[in-house]
Ligand binder design. Structure first.
Ligand code: GCW
Length: 683
C-alpha cells in the first residue's frame, strides 16, 4: 500500500528510519504486531541497505526486537531480561556489547519499542545503555474523531474540524482511502495512541447506522488500525433502540431495550472481535439520553456497559452535561457546576466497564480554565480526562498554539494540594482522550505546526510527566531535522541548529501568547458565536449558553465563590476550595473565572486588572508579529511549500491577534473609561 501523494510524512519521514534501515536486525516473535514490526524494519532496510531476519541464524545483529517468550540467541538478551512482567504494551530497552535489544511480553510492546528506537535514531546504536523499562501510564490513549459520515448542514464533514474533510468519510460514505488511514494508524502508533473512535459524539441519522447495517464500514477501518495496535470505538446514539430498532422506547430499565443492546452488541463483536466499545454523549446539547425516561446517567451508562461486558468492551460516557437553554438573566445557574452536580452523586453506581469521560476544565476547552473538580470527586468511578487537540478555542489551526504546556499543567494539578495525587495519577491506569485535529489536509492538521499537538498528545498520554519542551524538540527532530539535512547527527550542523531554535522559540510559549491576546484572566469565551473564531466580546453574553463575563462599567468576571456567588468553589477539596474562594489567594490567571472584580483590582503581579488587560493584549499581538518575522528569516531552512503555508497562516494570525487586541482593549476602555497608563493607541 502506498501513501497517497502528497500527504506529508509528519514525524515519520523515511529518514527517521535511516539508523535502523542501515543495520542488521532480528525480529523474534509471532503475532500480527510482530509482523508489523518486521515489515517496518524491512521497508527501512530496502531503502538504506540493511537486513532483517525473523529467525536467529548465527550472524551478529545490531538490533534485536524479541518477545520474552522467544528463543533469543545466547548472549544477546540474557542480562536484559526483566524480572517482572512488562505488561501488554511495555518493553525493556538496552544496549550491550554492540547490540541494541528490545524485549517485550506482548507484540504491542515490540511495536512501541521499535518506535522508541526510531526516536533515538543513531543514538540507539552508540554508547552502551543500561536496561530501561517503559510502560504506558495510561491504559487507553485514545483519539475521538468528531467526523460525520454525512456532511452536516452547519458543522460540515468534521465538527470543529480545521484540517479539511474527514480521513474516514466523505459525502455520506466511507472515503475508501485506506492507504491514508494506514499512514495515520502508523503515525498514531509511533506516538503511543492505541484507541480511536471514528465518528462524532453528536450522532446524527446516518451515523447512527454505523452500529448496525453500516457496521461493515467500521470493520473496514478496524482492519487497518489493528496491525498498529489500535482498537476502534464507535459513538452511538442513546436512542438507537428507537431510531434503529423501531422500539417504542430507549428506557435503560426496559427489558426489551436491554435485549436489543445485547443482541446488537453481540453482532458488533462477531464482526469486529477486538472492538473497543461505545462512546456516548447523552442528554447534552440536544442528544438523547436517559433523562427522557426519568432515569439517571448511571442507569444509562450501565445499560450499555452490561451489553459490552461479556466481550471486554467499555463505555466512554461523557460528563459534558449542562443546560444549554439557560436564561442569561438567572445569575444562580452556573454552567461550570454542571458536570459535578450531575455526576458526583452517582459515584459508586457505575459498572466497572464504564469510563466517565470528563473535559479537563469545568466549562469547555477554553485557553485557560481550572481543572474540573469532577476528577477529584469520584474515587469509585473510572475516569478519562478529555483534551481538545483540535483547536476549537485555541486558534482553530490557523494560529500557532502548542498545547502541551497547558495539558502538562492539567496533568500536574494536585486537587488535594502538595503531597496529594496529581491528575496524572488519578487517571493512571485509566484513559486520556483527545479530540483529534486530523483531516484530509495534505499536512494532516491544516497548520503544519499543529502536528506537534497530535504528537504531544500521544506522548503525554503514554508518559504524563514528560517535559513539553522536550516533546517539542523530539517532534522537531523527527519531523524536520533528519529530513532537512539527511545528516545522521543533525544537531551537528549550524543550519539544523537554527531550524530547531526557530521552531522551538516560535512554538514553545505559543499557548501563553494566544492566551495573552484573547479572553483575559481565565474569563473565557468572548469568541464569535457559532464558529468560535475571532473576538466578539459580548457575542455570548445574552445567550442561553451559560458562558458569560458580566463586564459592566465597574468591573468584570464571574463570582463563583460560596460567599457571594454560585458556590462552584465548593466543588473542590481543600486547599483549592479555599484558594479559589479567596480574592487574595486566587491565582491571577484564573481570577476572572472565580471572581467579579473592579477594574482597579490589583493583581499579584502588581498591575491592575485593566492595565493587565491592555498590557497583555499589546504584548500578545506583538509576539505574533515577532513570530512571523522569525519565520520569514528562516525561509531557507524549510521545504518551500511548507514554509509558504505557515507564512500565510502567520499573516492571518497577525491580523486576528490585532483584531483581538483592538476589540478587547477598546471594549474595556469604553466600559471602564480608564486610559492605558502608557498612552498607547486604543481605537
Ligand atoms: O465545545 C463544544 C463544541 C461542540 C461539541 C461539544 C462536545 C461535539 O462546540 O461542537 O460537540 O463541545 O464536546 O460535545
Amino acid at each position: 500500500m502506498t501513501i497517497p501523494d502528497p500527504v506529508h510524512p509528519a514525524w515519520l519521514p523515511s529518514e527517521a528510519f535511516r539508523a535502523i534501515g542501515a543495520r542488521r536486525t532480528l525480529v523474534l516473535g509471532d503475532g500480527l504486531l510482530a509482523g508489523t514490526v518486521h515489515d517496518e524494519v524491512a521497508q527501512a532496510c530496502a531503502r538504506y541497505g540493511g537486513r532483517v531476519r525473523r529467525d536467529a541464524g548465527s550472524e551478529p545483529y545490531d538490533l534485536v526486537l524479541a518477545l520474552t517468550t522467544a528463543e533469543v540467541p545466547p548472549g544477546v538478551a540474557g542480562e536484559v531480561r526483566p524480572d517482572s512482567a512488562l505488561g501488554d504494551e511495555g518493553y525493556v530497552l538496552a544496549r550491550r556489547d554492540g547490540t541494541t535489544v528490545v524485549l517485550a511480553d506482548e507484540p504491542a510492546g515490540l511495536l512501541y519499542g521499535l518506535f522508541h528506537v526510531v526516536r533515538l535514531g543513531e543514538g540507539a546504536f552508540a554508547a552502551e545503555r543500561p536496561a530501561e523499562h517503559h510502560r504506558p501510564a495510561t491504559r487507553r490513549r485514545m483519539l475521538d474523531h468528531w467526523d460525520n459520515v454525512d456532511v452536516h448542514p452547519v458543522m460540515g464533514q468534521v465538527e470543529r474540524g480545521y484540517a479539511g474533510g474527514s480521513v474516514f468519510w466523505r459525502d455520506g460514505a466511507p472515503r475508501g482511502e485506506l492507504a491514508r488511514v494506514r499512514a495515520y494508524a502508523r503515525l498514531l502508533a509511533a506516538c503511543g495512541v492505541n484507541a480511536i473512535s471514528v465518528n462524532n459524539v453528536n450522532v446524527h441519522a446516518t451515523e447512527a447506522h454505523l452500529l448496525t447495517d453500516r457496521l461493515g464500514d467500521v470493520a473496514a477501518l478496524a482492519d487497518v488500525f489493528r496491525p498498529y495496535g489500535i482498537r476502534v470505538h464507535l459513538s452511538v446514539n442513546f436512542a438507537s433502540p428507537v431510531v434503529l430498532g423501531g422500539r417504542p422506547t430507549a428506557d435503560p430499565l426496559d427489558e426489551d431495550v436491554r435485549t436489543w443492546w445485547a443482541d446488537v452488541t453481540e453482532r458488533v463483536y462477531e464482526t469486529i472481535p477486538d472492538f473497543g466499545g461505545y462512546v456516548v454523549k447523552a442528554d447534552s446539547e440536544g442528544q438523547p439520553g436517559p433523562f427522557a425516561y426519568g432515569r439517571d446517567h448511571a442507569d444509562g451508562a450501565n445499560l450499555l456497559a452490561e451489553a459490552l461486558a461479556p466481550y471486554g468492551g467499555v463505555v466512554h460516557w461523557r460528563a459534558f452535561v449542562y443546560n444549554h437553554r439557560q436564561d442569561w438573566r438567572d445569575r444562580s445557574t452556573d454552567r461550570a457546576r454542571a458536570a459535578y452536580d450531575h455526576f458526583a452523586p452517582l459515584d459508586g453506581r457505575f459498572r466497572d466497564n464504564v469510563i466517565l469521560q470528563v473535559k479537563h476544565g469545568p466549562v469547555d476547552f477554553q485557553a485557560r480554565e481550572p481543572v474540573s473538580p469532577v476528577v477529584a470527586a469520584m474515587p469509585a468511578t473510572r475516569l478519562a480526562v478529555e483534551l481538545q487537540v483540535t483547536q476549537e478555542y485555541t486558534g482553530q489551526q490557523r494560529h500557532v498554539c502548542y498545547l502541551a504546556p497547558m495539558w502538562r499543567e492539567v496533568l500536574g494539578f494536585r486537587p488535594w494540594g502538595d503531597g496529594g495525587a496529581d491528575v496524572a495519577e488519578l487517571v493512571g491506569g485509566g484513559d486520556l482522550v483527545g479530540v483529534s485535529n486530523v483531516g484530509d489536509d495534505p499536512y494532516w492538521t491544516g497548520h503544519p505546526l499543529a502536528q506537534a499537538n497530535l504528537y504531544a498528545f500521544g506522548r503525554l498520554a503514554w508518559e504524563p510527566r514528560l517535559d513539553p519542551a522536550a516533546i517539542l524538540d523530539e517532534w522537531i527532530d523527527l519531523t524536520f531535522l533528519q529530513a532537512a539535512t539527511g545528516d545522521a547527527e543533525p544537531a551537528a550542523s549550524g543550519a539544523t541548529d537554527r531550524l530547531r531554535r526557530t521552531l522551538h522559540e516560535i512554538m514553545d510559549d505559543s499557548w501563553r501568547t494566544y492566551e495573552r491576546y484573547t479572553a483575559p484572566l481565565g474569563v473565557g469565551f468572548m469568541v464569535r458565536p457559532g464558529h468560535h473564531y475571532g473576538p466578539d466580546v459580548d457575542g455570548y453574553e445574552y445567550t442561553p449558553w451559560g458562558t458569560y463575563h458580566f463586564a459592566d462599567r465597574d468591573g468584570v468576571g464571574v463570582d463563583r465563590t460560596r460567599a457571594t456567588g454560585t458556590g462552584f468553589t465548593g466543588q473542590y477539596p481543600p486547599p483549592w476550595s479555599e484558594v479559589y474562594e479567596s480574592l487574595a489567594d486566587c491565582p491571577d490567571e484564573l481570577l476572572l473565572f472565580f471572581h467579579h472584580v473592579p477594574y482597579g483590582h490589583v493583581l499579584h503581579s502588581g498591575s491592575t486588572v485593566i492595565q493587565h488587560i491592555y498590557d497583555t493584549h499589546f504584548a500578545g499581538a506583538e509576539q505574533v508579529t515577532e513570530t512571523r518575522r522569525r519565520w520569514q528569516e528562516a525561509a531557507g531552512l524549510f521545504d518551500p511549500s511548507l514554509h509558504a503555508r505557515v507564512k500565510a497562516l502567520l499573516d492571518e494570525q497577525v491580523r486576528c491577534a490585532e483584531e483581538w487586541r483592538d476589540q478587547i482593549n477598546a471594549y474595556f476602555f469604553r466600559k471602564s473609561g480608564v486610559p492605558d497608563a502608557h498612552g498607547r493607541c486604543i481605537p
